[in-house]
Ligand binder design. Structure first.
Ligand code: ZN
Length: 71
């Protein structure tokens, strides 16, 4: 599947953490998904459009947990 770099289909996702509905594929600094702006190492399944992602709120919580563990 060949997509133009930086352009993603915008899909409605449901957060794996809290279950709220949010959009994936937009909001990023480079025109991609906002989750692509998150630090490498977070469990963001952005490469698989069939899997649900985490909402920004939960991703922030996860990031804090990682920081607390010193990873
Ligand atoms: Zn969430």
């Amino acid at each position: 599947m060949a997509l133009s770099p930086g352009i993603l289909p915008i899909t409605i996702k449901h957060c794996q953490g809290c279950g709220i509905e949010f959009t994936c594929g937009e909001g990023g600094q480079n025109g991609g998904c906002w989750c692509m702006d998150q630090p490498i190492g977070l469990p963001v399944p952005s490469s698989d459009s069939n899997s649900d992602c985490y909402c920004p709120n939960c991703l922030e919580k996860i990031r804090q947990q990682y920081l607390n563990k010193g990873i």
